[in-house]
Write a protein that binds this ligand. Structure first.
Ligand code: G5P
Ligand code: MG
Length: 220
C-alpha cells in the first residue's frame, strides 16, 4: 500500500515559503495548501470567515486558532489520495497540537532568512490573489508588468505588505511560530535551511527531498 507523504514548511513572512512550495509541487507533485491563500480567497468571496479574518490579516495579526484549525481540518479532509504540503499552518502551539492529533507528519522544512532581506523583498512583491501566484519586480517579474502570466488579470500588492504590518508579522513569527521548531525537533522531523536567496536554498531542499521522499514511501 502506498503511503502518502505529509509535510509542512515553516518560515517567517517573506522567507520564501510560497516560492519554494511552488518548486516542490513542480518537481515532486504534492498537493499544496497555503493557509494565507485559503484565507485570502475567503476574503475575496466575503464569506463570514473572510470578513472576520480580514481585520486580523490587514493588521498583521494572527487569525484565531479555532478558526484556523477548523478551516485547515476541513481542507485536509478533502485530500484523500495525495501527498500534501502545508504552508502557513500551523503557526502557534495550539495549532501544531491540533494537527498532531489527527495527522502523522513526515517532514517539517524550516526556512531561515534574515529579517533585513525579508523587509526588502516584500516591498517588491505582487500577487495574483485568485490563484496565489506570486511575483517580485526583480527576482521573479511577470511577463507583462502588473499582469498575471496565466490569466492576464491584474496583480495587486497585499495589504499586509505595508512596512508596519510586515514588522508586526515578523515579531509574531518570532514569538508564536519560531518556538514550533522545538516541537518538531523533538519529534525528529525538522530540517532547517538557511540562506538569503531562494535560488541558493532550493537546490539543497531539492536534494534533500530527492534523497528522502522515496525512502519514506511517497508515490514519486
Ligand atoms: P501567509 O499568506 O501565510 P506569511 O506572512 O506567512 O503569509 P508570506 O508573506 O506569504 O508569508 P512567503 O510565502 O514565505 O511569505 O514568501 P514568498 O511569497 O515566497 O516570497 C516573498 C516575496 O519574495 C515574493 O515576491 C517572492 O517572489 C520574493 N522572493 C522569494 N525568494 C526571493 C529571493 O531569493 N530574492 C528576492 N529578491 N526575492 C525573493 O499569511 C498571511 C496572513 O494570514 C493569516 C495571518 O494574518 C497572516 O499574517 N494567517 C494565519 N493566522 C493564524 N494562523 C495561521 N495558521 C495563519 N495562516 C495565515
Ligand atoms: Mg506565502
Amino acid at each position: 500500500m502506498s503511503k502518502f507523504f505529509k509535510m509542512i514548511i515553516l518560515g517567517a513572512p517573506g522567507s520564501g515559503k510560497g516560492t519554494i512550495s511552488s518548486r516542490i509541487l513542480r518537481d515532486f507533485g504534492l498537493k499544496h495548501l497555503s493557509s494565507g491563500d485559503l484565507l485570502r480567497s475567503q476574503v475575496i468571496s466575503k464569506t463570514e470567515l473572510g470578513v472576520k479574518a480580514k481585520a486580523f490579516m490587514t493588521a498583521g495579526k494572527l487569525v484565531p486558532d479555532d478558526v484556523m484549525v477548523k478551516l485547515i481540518s476541513e481542507e485536509l479532509a478533502k485530500i484523500t489520495s495525495s501527498s500534501w504540503l502545508l504552508d502557513g499552518f500551523p503557526r502557534t502551539r495550539p495549532q501544531a497540537e491540533a494537527l498532531n492529533k489527527h495527522e502523522k507528519l513526515d517532514l517539517v522544512l524550516s526556512l531561515e532568512v534574515p529579517n533585513e532581506v525579508i523587509i526588502d523583498r516584500l516591498k517588491c512583491r505582487w500577487t495574483h490573489l485568485p490563484s496565489g501566484r506570486i511575483y517580485h519586480t526583480e527576482f521573479n517579474p511577470p511577463k507583462t508588468p502588473g499582469k498575471d502570466d496565466v490569466t492576464g488579470e491584474d496583480l495587486v500588492q497585499r495589504e499586509d505588505d505595508k512596512p508596519e504590518s510586515i514588522r508586526q508579522r515578523l515579531d509574531l513569527y518570532e514569538s508564536s511560530t519560531k518556538p514550533l521548531k522545538d516541537f518538531y525537533e523533538e519529534l525528529g522531523i525538522l530540517q532547517v535551511f538557511c540562506g538569503t536567496e531562494s535560488n541558493e536554498i532550493w537546490p539543497r531542499v531539492h536534494k534533500y527531498l530527492q534523497n528522502h521522499l522515496p525512502a519514506l514511501g511517497g508515490p514519486f
